[in-house]
Structure formats: C-alpha cells, structure tokens
Design a protein around this ligand. Structure first.
Ligand SMILES: *[C@@H]1O[C@H](CO)[C@@H](O)[C@H](O)[C@H]1NC(C)=O
Ligand SMILES: *[C@@H]1O[C@H](CO)[C@@H](O)[C@H](O)[C@H]1NC(C)=O
Ligand SMILES: *[C@@H]1O[C@H](CO)[C@@H](O)[C@H](O)[C@H]1NC(C)=O
Ligand SMILES: *[C@@H]1O[C@H](CO)[C@@H](O)[C@H](O)[C@H]1NC(C)=O
Ligand SMILES: *[C@@H]1O[C@H](CO)[C@@H](O)[C@H](O)[C@H]1NC(C)=O
Length: 380
C-alpha cells in the first residue's frame, strides 16, 4: 500500500517534470535552436551606433571621437554616450549580437537586423537637412535591406523574418530642437505647438504604415523626455529665468499624447499591429526628481561639456576647452543632450520587461517571444 502510494507520487511527480520539461524545452528551442527575431532600429542620436561616422556632416552631429564610448568600448564608435545605448541592451536581452549600423562598410548580412538611426535626424526632412539621414531616407534604406533579404532568403523566409522582427524607434526630439535653436520663441503659441506636433506624428505614422506594408508587425517606441530641461536647453536659458524651457517641455508632452493616441488608433485599425511604448518622459523625470533612488549624484549638469550645466556642445572638442567628469555613472546626462550608459541601462530594462504603467500595452520581452514559441519550421 505504502509502496503503491509511493509509486503514485513518483508517477505524478515525473509527469510534472515531464510537462515542465516540454515547456522548458520549447523555451530552450526558442532561445537556443532558432534565431531570435531580428531587430531593426530607426531614429536619432539615442539609437545611432555609427551611421553618422560615414556621412558628411558637422562634428557636433557625430560622436566618433574621445571621450564618447570611454566607459564600455574604450573607443568611440559613433554612439552619443559613454558606452552602450538602449538598442545595445535590448539586443543583449533578446540574445542577438550587437546590431551594426547600416552604413558600416563590412555589413552585408541582415538576418539579425540592422540599425538605420542617425544623430540629429527627425521625422521631417526640414530637420537638419543635408546633415543627417532623415527618417524617410532611413525608410528607403530599409527597403533596400528588405529587397536583399527577399533575394537571399526567398520570399517565405524573408516574410517570416520581417513579420517576427521588432522595429524600434526613437525620433521626434530633433524636429523640435531644430526650429527652437533658430528661434527660442518658436513654440510660444499653442496653435504652433499643435500644428507642428501633428505634422511630426503624421510623418512618423506614415513610416510605421510603410513598414507594416512590408510585413512589420511588432514595434517599440520611446516617447520624448522633458526636452526643456536638457542641459543644452538649460545652458541656452541660463542667463534668463529658472533654466528650463516650459514651451519645449509642453510641446514634448503634446507630442507624447499625440503619439500615444496615434499608436492606439493604429492598433485598433490595423490587423496584427502590436507595440511597446516606453514612457521615457516619466522615467527621466523620476530620475531627475529622485537621483539617489536610482544611484545618481548629478542630474542637472552633464558629465561632458562646458559652460553652465556643461550644456555647451563642446564634449570632445579639440579646439575649445571642455570639462569631463571622472565618474559618468554618477550622472544622468553624459553630454548636453544624451543620458549616460547607466541611465540607458535602467531605461532599457524597463523597455524590455517593465510593467504596463511604464511600458505598454506590451513590453519588448513579450513582443520578442510572440509567435515564436516552438515554431520548429523556423529552426535553422
Ligand atoms: C562635405 O561638406 C562640406 C561642407 O558642406 C563640403 O565643403 C565638402 O566638399 C563635403 N565633402 C564631401 C566629401 O562631400
Ligand atoms: C583603452 O585604449 C587605450 C588607448 O587606445 C589603451 O592604451 C588602453 O590600454 C585601453 N584599455 C583597455 C582596458 O583596453
Ligand atoms: C520667433 O518666433 C515668434 C513666435 O512664432 C515670432 O513672433 C517671432 O517673429 C520670431 N522671431 C524671429 C526672429 O523670427
Ligand atoms: C510631413 O511633413 C511635411 C513637412 O516635412 C508636411 O508638409 C506634411 O504635411 C507631413 N505629413 C503628414 C501626414 O503630417
Ligand atoms: C551668459 O552670461 C555669461 C556671463 O555674462 C556670458 O559669458 C554668456 O555668454 C551668456 N550666455 C548666453 C547663452 O547668453
């Protein structure tokens, strides 16, 4: 009797193990046997991994000189921070290699994805024209990659790659900086704020639609940070009021709610469209309000730059003097525009697996796993 009970327990226990085993082997297959979904990256300096090294542009729209990259790569790669960017951490979470820039000369294989982002780029062609790869040109570069994938893999496999891939965006900030740099009163009127944001979001939505038409289904977006409080803007305003520019932060808020609405609309109207939107505004705001909670000592002044808040864009200049902090991980901002690697690591973690309050309606972890469990036909 005791023995029978024991055998029953053993049976139940091993069944559990067996079922657990199926689940975890499924999981292992996904992570080990087949290639993870590809990652295609679009946007601006927060995501550029070196495309601007290869275009004729101004030095302030490049980051291929010391001290950029100092904390991780020990060399400047073109990333506008001291180390890795958000897409670098995401590719790591997704078990992908580092995703290379599209213009890197030795890159001909796109099965893990590729990075089209460009420092200074916006959704509008009028944003830094001739000096950046604007979002429309990034889309044309994506078309070239898409065609090459079809030629190389055949339509069926290329379709699968494109529809399981994740498309990551950080764009919009430069569309607002560019006119502001020319005229700091540009966003004074509410009318201009609304007109302008709807143009920026309209152009972004078009690009999303085009990628969808080529088979893209899973998208990830960062919204805009409180633009008016970047060290660069605080330096511009340093001799006036309290530092921050309220109009610029207001326009960032308008942009963010328009983005959120546009994405909800797409999700409800376009079959199979799924996205992760990270509330970057709130993430940065929280770190600015509670630095020590997140391990920062300085959230107003940049690590690298000159002038008030080290907000003048002279980081790495050979001709003009600049200051460089000793320990970038004490800082929220590495240079007048860009967070440090430490801040990016924290944001990437929230983008990957954050709860719906900060990253929603899905997070990137969910999107990467979606439709991929146990699809043995894809195991290569
Ligand atoms: C790069 O741009 C500068 C200034 O616009 C121009 O003088 C130069 O000829 C350009 N170089 C190339 C290789 O196109
Ligand atoms: C970093 O680069 C410098 C200069 O290229 C070199 O002297 C140094 O050994 C490198 N450090 C590491 C840890 O690779
Ligand atoms: C700056 O923008 C404001 C608001 O749009 C406008 O009234 C003003 O004329 C502009 N100034 C210049 C120099 O263009
Ligand atoms: C896209 O931007 C251009 C300006 O570059 C603007 O004229 C156009 O209306 C925008 N498109 C949409 C759909 O908003
Ligand atoms: C602010 O004032 C300082 C000292 O008067 C001056 O050197 C600097 O150029 C001013 N900055 C701006 C942005 O006007």
């Amino acid at each position: 009797m005791e023995r029978a009970m024991f055998l029953m327990y053993l049976w139940a226990f091993s069944t559990l193990l067996f079922l657990g085993g199926i689940e975890s082997s499924c999981h292992d297959q996904y992570w080990q046997l087949r290639k993870p979904p590809a990652l295609f990256i679009f946007g601006d300096s927060m995501f550029d991994a070196g495309n601007n090294n290869c275009i004729n542009t101004s030095r302030t729209l490049q980051a291929n000189y010391w001290p950029y990259g100092e904390s991780f790569f020990n060399t400047s790669t073109g990333r506008a921070t001291n180390g890795r960017t958000i897409p670098d951490f995401i590719s790591d979470y997704a078990k992908l290699p580092l995703i290379p820039p599209y213009l890197q000369p030795d890159i001909h294989d796109y099965v893990y994805g590729v990075n089209f982002a460009s420092i200074g780029a916006g959704t509008l062609v009028e944003t830094h024209p001739g000096l950046v790869i604007d979002l429309k040109t990034q889309l044309s570069n994506f078309y070239k990659v898409e065609k090459q994938l079809r030629d190389k893999l055949g339509c069926e496999e290329a379709n699968t790659l494109l529809s399981t891939a994740v498309y990551l965006f950080s764009v919009g900030g430069n569309d607002y900086f560019a006119p502001f740099q020319k005229n700091t009163s540009f966003f004074e009127s509410e009318y201009i704020q609304k007109e302008y944001t709807s143009m920026v979001i309209g152009n972004l939505t078009n690009v999303i639609q085009e990628i969808y038409n080529k088979g893209g289904r899973k998208f990830g977006f960062l919204n805009l940070t409180p633009l008016g409080s970047l060290p660069y803007i605080k330096a511009l305003k340093a001799n006036k009021t309290d530092g921050c520019d309220k109009d610029l932060t207001e326009v960032a808020k308008l942009h963010n709610s328009a983005l959120s609405e546009a994405l909800q609309k797409l999700e409800s109207q376009v079959t199979g469209f799924k996205y992760a939107l990270h509330d970057f505004f709130t993430s940065v705001d929280e770190r600015s309000e509670n630095p020590s909670k997140y391990g920062f000592k300085e959230v107003n002044m940049a690590c690298c730059g000159s002038g008030p808040y080290r907000g003048y864009t002279r980081c790495g200049s050979v001709r003009k003097p600049y200051e460089l902090c000793e320990n970038p991980s004490d800082f929220l901002y590495f240079d007048p525009f860009h967070p440090t690697e430490k801040a990016y690591a924290q944001i990437a973690k929230l983008f990957w697996s954050g709860k719906s309050k900060i990253t929603g309606p899905y997070n990137l972890k969910y999107l990467f796993k979606l439709d991929n469990e146990c699809r043995t036909s894809l195991i290569s």
